[in-house]
Write a protein that binds this ligand. Structure first.
Ligand code: DQA
Length: 149
């Protein structure tokens, strides 16, 4: 059976393509979804995409994911730097999680240098744009395959 993963996206990522292209590139959220689904299909992994601008909804999505998914990729966007609630929900997931950022958060304003979620994830990818999502999918698949050996 294919591994099942969820890619969770936080606030304002629905406006990719419109917002700060110098940081996030020109890809739209819809194009990003299609790109990820294509790669996931190629490597035999089932992927679901979620996006919310609302902190509590993201917490609910993370909680629900515990029963349904083997692994998670999360771009918590601005909540990365502020949300103890999202960190605590991630800590309860107990399966591989990759933290992802399109931009290099360490090259930007100081308030973005601190991630509240890094301490509870398996690993992270940042600064590689939409390609980072593809690398995250491949790497999560490898992690899950190694676990099942
Ligand atoms: C982001 C970086 C965050 O600091 C920012 O608030 C975002 C997107 C990224 O993908 O680079 O919304 O997570």
């Amino acid at each position: 059976m294919n591994n099942k993963i969820i890619i969770i996206n936080g606030p304002n990522l629905n406006l990719l393509g419109e917002r700060e292209q110098s940081q996030y590139g020109s890809i739209t959220f819809d194009q990003l979804k299609k790109k990820c689904s294509k790669k996931a299909g190629e490597i035999g992994i089932d992927v679901e995409f979620a996006q919310s601008n609302v902190e509590g909804e993201l917490v609910n999505i993370i909680q629900d994911a515990r029963k349904k998914f083997d692994g998670m990729i999360i771009n918590a966007a601005a909540f990365t730097h502020t949300s103890v609630a999202i960190r605590d929900a991630l800590d309860l997931f107990k399966k591989p999680i990759i933290e992802l950022h399109l931009s290099n958060i360490y090259k930007r304003e100081e308030f973005r240098h601190k991630s509240l979620i890094s301490g509870v994830v398996t690993g992270g990818i940042f600064g590689l744009g939409a390609e980072g999502y593809i690398l995250a999918i491949i790497s999560l698949q490898k992690t899950l395959q190694n676990e099942n050996r």
